[in-house]
Design a protein around this ligand. Structure first.
Ligand code: NAP
Length: 397
């Protein structure tokens, strides 16, 4: 009998045979999810674990079956089972439906978007030293301009808001403007930065970099930076120290430093080895995640997780979209969703199974067995289908 994962005294209690809900995903979800499941099941089995996968619906598949893009039943399944995994979902253009991914993150208050970015030997890369890239991004997931607090140009709501801002603050905003609000809270920033520092401690990382645009947006992005240093002093003084409090010399503690978002986007390219754990706000984190993913093989292989470390909830996901032109062709790279599964296993404490999959992926790529996206960038590669790539990984577990 499979069991539910529970949270006991703030710690995940993971049985050897947990029930884990999954969303197959739209478009290429039909190709990459079965491939990922094959690899995840085989690795779990090798380490004495079995997952009972519970399919739940979202996106186009849910809409066709239920008329609802994100059925309450799906959200409830993720709530009840704490941990889940998903393929990519179609975002219908227009029609007032915002991104299902953003909706899921906000409904479940999954405040951390975790994106580890590292290079796997043999993966084609546009940079000279991809092996220097080993960063973990903690992107705030619920606030910032992603909160969805926007009014459309020309609407009564926009006119009203523009009028209120003029009356209350004397702010002159052009009448033909759309207006968005950027909330950044102290509690929201601190819980994100707390998770990043705790991760750095647990994983023996050297630094946590607060990436912000505080030189321009002082009371949102700038405050994020200040709250990060304050948190370091108040809660982590035994294990971490802020740059100004140690003149950049942290001894054996974790160094908490900060950098401005625009220069960060240069430096992650020019000196990637200076970056380790990164904590940042929602929009910066979005740009940074994809820019970094490009350095280590692109979105076909970039994994992600959305986590609330307080409630124990986590939804791990492929970071790319549905790539509809390839749907059903057994062609695209299942790496992103497989590595999201690796992140999930790490989160569950199944480190051996996670490491095993990573080694098997490396061995497969080292043998030049790859899907089309890598094959077109590699000399002498053997291009295989999604399912064949997964089978080759399983052989190497
Ligand atoms: P996309 O689906 O990510 O595809 C863009 C390109 O990325 C593809 O044409 C392909 O490049 C490459 N790609 C994507 N997945 C790949 C994989 N598994 N292996 C190898 N290459 C891969 O982006 P899009 O076309 O802008 O969006 C399509 C739909 O997905 C939209 O409805 C969008 O809203 C949605 N979306 C969902 C998520 C999510 O669920 N997390 C994220 C982003 C977008 P080449 O053409 O060069 O082969």
């Amino acid at each position: 009998m499979s069991e539910k994962i529970t949270l006991v005294d703030g710690v995940l209690n993971v049985p050897n045979d947990p029930i884990i809900p999954f969303i197959e995903g739209d478009g290429t979800g039909v190709d990459i999810w079965p491939a990922a499941q094959l690899v995840l099941d085989a690795a779990a089995k090798k380490h004495g674990k079995t997952i009972e996968w519970k399919e739940v619906l979202a996106g186009q598949k849910a809409f066709d079956a239920t008329g609802d893009w994100l059925p309450e039943e799906t959200v409830q399944a993720f709530r009840d089972h704490l941990i889940g995994i998903k393929g990519p979902l179609t975002t219908p253009i227009g029609g007032g439906i915002r991104s299902l991914n953003v909706a899921l993150r906000q409904i479940m208050d999954l405040y951390v978007c975790l994106r580890p970015v590292r290079w796997f030997t043999g993966v084609p890369s546009p940079v000279k030293h991809p092996e220097k890239v080993d960063m973990v991004i903690f992107r705030e997931n619920t606030e910032d301009i992603y909160a969805g607090l926007e009014v459309e140009e020309g609407t009564p709501e926009a006119k009203k808001l523009i009028g209120m801002l003029k009356d209350a603050f004397g702010w002159e905003i052009k009448p033909d403007s759309g207006v968005g609000i950027k909330p950044v809270s102290k509690s929201g920033s601190k819980r994100l930065i707390r998770a990043a520092i705790q991760y750095a401690v647990k994983r023996n990382r050297k630094s946590v970099n607060l990436v912000h645009k505080g030189n321009i947006m002082k009371f949102t992005e700038g405050a994020f930076r200040e709250w990060g240093y304050e948190l370091t002093r108040d809660e982590f003084s035994d294990v971490a120290v802020g740059w100004d409090d140690c003149n950049g010399d942290p001894g054996d503690k974790i160094l908490v430093k900060d950098s401005i978002a625009d220069i960060t986007l240069q430096q992650v390219l020019t000196r990637p080895d200076e970056f380790d754990v990164i904590a940042t706000l929602n929009l910066n984190g979005d740009y940074l995640s994809d820019a970094l993913a490009a350095q280590v093989g692109g979105i076909g292989i970039a994994p992600g997780g959305n986590i609330n470390y307080v409630t124990g909830h986590g939804v791990f996901e492929a970071t790319h979209g549905t790539a509809p032109k390839y749907a059903g062709q057994d062609k695209v790279n299942p790496g992103s969703v497989i590595l999201s599964g690796v992140m999930m296993y790490e989160h569950l404490g199944w480190q051996d199974a996670a490491d095993n999959i990573v080694r098997a992926i490396e061995a497969t790529i080292a043998d030049k067995i790859v899907t089309y996206d890598f094959a077109r960038l590699m000399d002498g590669a053997k291009e295989v289908k999604t399912s064949e790539f997964a089978a080759a990984i399983v052989e190497r577990l």
